[in-house]
Design a binder for this molecule. Structure first.
Ligand SMILES: Cc1cc2nc3c(=O)[nH]c(=O)nc-3n(C[C@H](O)[C@H](O)[C@H](O)COP(=O)(O)OP(=O)(O)OC[C@H]3O[C@@H](n4cnc5c(N)ncnc54)[C@H](O)[C@@H]3O)c2cc1C
Length: 509
């Protein structure tokens, strides 16, 4: 299969870029499950931008820098913030329905770390609304071919005198065959890595594939130690990965322990529940460890019941279906792995260290988030960098479009000669081992000795996975396991290198 652009992933980053790229060339989007199986589709709170005359670029920049713990790239922060309003306007033109006030202005939510109300939202289903509009637009676009159940296995990369150059990707197609996809531009938009941890807000697709394939291809990876834990995921045995949005705290919800005590007074007496995510997650972790409780509680029941039902219809419905009426009782919550601030290192155009290879969205490490992402800045980052990557391709289109597709002969997959795996336990057991090690040893609060133990154990598991991959015919499950094991190793390695606590990386000694 040949195209001008090969886009890997169908979330906000992949689809926003594809819609733009389709104006100049042919686009193939591969996505490993169904098109809406994305973190984008689950985003609740919204998208941050300066959309109100009372707000200012300087304040959004300051909030982002403060959250980033001194590790943001100042120029990138400014660029993203200043481009925010135009990109949000583009989403609206595409058909995204953000909630408006009676006077026609956008209704803006407030979230932790933001000094102003600046989060455009579609109640608590913002991501679903954005994904809907993008999927519909892509569906109408004749130059975009979207292939579901097609999983990128590895990149096809060639060494040239000027450095590495990406020629395309090997893809496990919907018939279980490995197929070669060649393209002049390859864009990694594979989302995050939440599945590396036992508890996560992320969807099942979040196995760090983009980071893993880029690393194997030799691309620079950065800031992997900065994994953001969302403070408030629903704690219920029947609920998988359900987030209670930051916006609930933004609207006045308080955090209480089993005794009903508002414990944030002990940890963050000034900002309380609206402290940045890292601080709130650590406070909850400490409170749970001190009291031995399995969870804490988020209480918004003091607010008007109708307001709660209207402002958080999705959260209300989900909790109610599990027997929790949030207008009357507090919601049991725990922190969970939520967002990767690091990833494949890019410049301001989304270019990686490999020629013709771009990375956008959560897969990329652009310099915006530094040591800790400010809430609702990630959807914004995805659309701003999609535009930048596109404008780079436009500006260089004459050169890019003239290039012939290069067919690299080496590295063909000899999958047909391998036997099918007949013991699912070999795979499933290792999934569980990795996720537990990461949760227990490389979580919210870290310790050098625990990181070293995790390094040894993950090393052993990786050797076992390599021998499985060597022996058996590849499956999607096997590939994801290999990717989470590599991403786990990268997180541990980066955590060991950063000796002092900073942002999301909190280390005791
Ligand atoms: C519950 C939840 C709530 C959130 N709320 C907010 C919010 O309110 N505001 C905000 O700014 N951010 C929020 N975030 C973060 C934000 O949603 C994500 O960072 C963002 O949507 C990522 O977009 P993306 O396009 O990079 O990746 P995704 O939307 O995750 O899309 C990744 C795509 O890549 C595909 N893929 C992955 N691996 C492969 C492979 N090997 N081959 C082919 N395809 C592959 C997937 O199938 C998927 O289509 C939230 C995240 C979660 C999980």
């Amino acid at each position: 299969m040949k195209s001008d652009f090969l886009v890997i992933g169908s979330g906000i980053a992949g689809l926003s870029f594809s819609l733009k790229a389709a104006r100049v060339g042919s686009v193939v989007v591969v996505t490993k499950k169904e098109e809406i199986d994305t973190a984008t589709n689950l985003a609740q709170g919204g998208i941050a931008a300066v959309l109100n005359p009372d707000d200012s670029f300087e304040e959004h920049i300051r909030d982002t820098l403060e959250s980033g713990a001194g590790l943001c790239d100042d120029a990138v922060v400014r660029m993203v913030v200043e481009n925010g309003p135009a990109r949000v306007k583009e989403l609206i033109e595409l058909g995204v329905q953000f909630v408006k006030e009676k006077n026609g202005n956008l209704s803006l939510g407030k979230e932790g770390g933001h000094s102003r109300r600046r989060v455009a939202h579609s109640f608590d289903l913002t991501g679903k609304e954005i994904e809907r509009a993008l999927v519909e637009s892509v569906g109408k676009c004749t130059t975009v071919k979207l292939l579901e159940n097609h999983m990128c296995v590895d990149l096809i990369v060639k060494d040239t005198p000027e450095g590495k150059k990406c020629l395309g990707a090997w893809v496990l197609n919907d018939e279980g065959e490995i197929q070669k996809f060649l393209a002049k531009v390859v864009v990694l938009c594979t989302g995050g890595v939440g599945k590396v941890y036992l508890y996560t807000s992320n969807p099942d697709i979040a196995t760090g594939d983009g980071v893993a394939v880029a690393f194997r291809a030799g691309a620079e990876i950065d800031n992997m130690e900065f994994v953001q834990f969302h403070p408030t995921c629903l704690y219920h045995h029947q609920a998988k990965n359900f987030l209670i949005s930051e916006a609930v705290r933004g609207e006045g919800a308080t955090l209480v322990n089993e005794l009903g005590e508002r414990f944030m007074t002990k940890y963050e007496p000034e900002e309380m529940e609206l402290a940045t995510r890292d601080k709130v997650a650590r406070a909850i972790d400490k409170e749970m460890k001190t009291t031995g409780a399995d969870c804490v509680f988020l209480d918004i029941s003091h607010k008007d019941a109708q307001f709660i039902r209207e402002r958080f219809p999705n959260i209300y419905k989900k909790c109610f279906s599990l027997g929790i009426d949030i207008t009357r009782v507090p919601i049991p919550v725990v922190p969970a792995a939520h967002y990767l601030c690091g990833g494949v290192k890019t410049d301001t155009f989304g270019r990686t260290s490999i020629k013709n290879l771009f990375a956008l969205g959560e897969t990329a490490c652009t310099g915006l988030h530094g040591g800790n992402r400010l809430a609702s800045n990630s959807l914004l980052e995805a659309i701003v960098f999609a535009e930048n990557a596109f404008s780079f391709c436009m500006a260089h289109w004459e050169v890019i479009s003239r290039a012939e597709h290069e067919v690299q002969l080496s590295g063909n997959f000899m999958e047909n000669e391998k036997e099918e795996i007949d013991e699912a336990i070999l795979i499933n057991h290792n999934w569980d081992v990795i996720r537990r090690i990461m949760w227990n040893y490389v979580g919210i609060v870290r310790k050098r000795s625990r990181l070293l133990t995790a390094k040894d154990r993950i090393g052993e598991v990786r050797r076992e996975i390599d021998s499985i991959i060597e022996k058996y015919k590849l499956t999607a499950n096997m590939l994801e396991l290999r990717n989470i094991s590599l991403v786990a190793a990268l997180i541990i390695e980066a955590s060991l290198l950063r000796k002092e606590s900073c942002g999301l990386h909190y280390i005791l000694e």
